[in-house]
Design a protein around this ligand. Structure first.
Ligand code: NCD
Ligand code: ZN
Length: 346
């Protein structure tokens, strides 16, 4: 039985850090385990221009705890008015690592997202030319499409047409939640990868809805039926380099979660690594964990893996606190529903 594993230090390829007091509270939870993270730009107002990204990066660097070695990989929020030259300049200077596409209205703070995909054609073509990845929130927002079908319909109606018109565009389908998403990624010969969150490997839609509604399990894209969760587990633990970790750790205060119109998002930054060790061990795939958390992501983003390590030990793990106290209020950690045996020890 394996009781200790040492991995190349992991990265988080999809993270919400927010701003102000929340940023200060949640950032140490990420820097404790992760060396880099793709930073989501869905602030209010969003991070739209290179100047916005530059200023946000400075605020993040200011909040990095002393002694921590952390690099935020910035993104721009794609709007119908995004200027291709500004994007290209931000890429050339090394400021940004990706551009994020939110269909308008798809999720938290996505009101400025894209409604008419033809309007962003020029930017996408430019990104394909310069090799800058597009991170995609893959859900349609049409009122007539059932929320559980929105990912599959997005692939057919939006993503596949974009990829056919712009085959050189490098795309990350973020936080996939369905076997349709996993299959679509596997069917692509190049330029397509997907992130998978911690929570979508653990919960299905019953966990949200059976026996009383569980607002802390509500996130977007919403968790789907069990067969989809199993498909995600299979993809994550397969060793296929096109799948890697993006926690989508998305902190909201308890009053904002526990409301008649509760916010979407699971806060997983503090306990992701112990949960993933448990999940991969359960599936007999501990040897695939390092690829998922530390190697496949850098390969897609054309970066070197981290040179430092992270060691996890099984047994004797003290229970994690249930909540993180922040100056904005309490934020509840994602509860995987099983006892955590693994802990990060070095
Ligand atoms: C994210 C958030 O709160 O910003 N919420 C979520 O449920 N994942 C937005 C997102 O990534 O969809
Ligand atoms: Zn997200």
């Amino acid at each position: 039985m394996t009781n200790q594993i040492t991995l190349t230090r992991p990265d988080d390829w999809h993270l919400h850090l927010r701003d102000g007091a929340m940023l200060n509270a949640v950032l140490p939870e990420t820097t404790r385990h992760f060396a880099r993270a793709i930073i989501m730009p869905n602030l209010v107002p969003p991070v739209v221009t290179s100047a916005d990204a530059d200023a946000y990066k400075a605020r993040i660097m200011e909040a990095v705890p002393e002694g921590a070695d952390f690099t935020p990989l910035m993104t721009l929020y794609l709007t119908e008015d995004t200027d291709a030259d500004d994007v290209a300049a931000a890429h050339a200077s090394g400021l940004i690592s990706a551009v994020k596409l939110y269909p308008a209205g798809a999720t938290t703070n996505s009101a400025s997202g894209v409604a008419d995909f033809d309007k962003v054609r020029g930017v996408l073509e430019r990104m394909a030319e310069i090799g800058l990845p597009l991170c995609v929130h893959g859900e349609v927002t049409d009122a007539d499409i059932d929320i559980f079908d929105r990912e599959a319909v997005f692939i057919d109606r939006v993503l596949d047409p974009i990829r056919r018109k712009t085959p050189d565009l490098r795309v990350v389908m973020e936080h996939i939640t369905t076997s349709d998403g996993a299959d679509y990624v596997k069917s692509a010969s190049k330029n397509l990868a997907a992130t998978i969150t911690t929570h979508h490997l653990v919960i299905n839609r019953n966990d949200i809805l059976v026996g009383g509604i569980k607002p802390h399990y509500y996130c977007l894209p919403v968790a789907k039926r069990e067969s989809h969760r199993l498909a995600l587990r299979a993809a994550a633990t397969s060793g296929d380099t096109r799948f890697f970790l993006g926690t989508d750790s998305a902190p909201h205060t308890d009053p904002n979660k526990l409301s008649a119109c509760g916010c979407a998002g699971c806060f997983t930054a503090p306990n992701t690594m112990p949960i993933l060790a448990h999940v991969f061990e359960d599936d007999g795939a501990l040897d695939k964990l390092e690829g998922f958390t530390s190697l496949h992501g850098p390969a897609f983003y054309r970066l070197k893996p981290n040179t430092t390590k992270l060691t996890m030990t099984k047994g004797g793990a003290a229970p994690m606190p249930e909540k993180l106290i922040t100056a904005e209020g309490e934020v509840t950690l994602f509860d995987p529903g099983f006892e955590l045996q693994w802990q990060v020890t070095a």
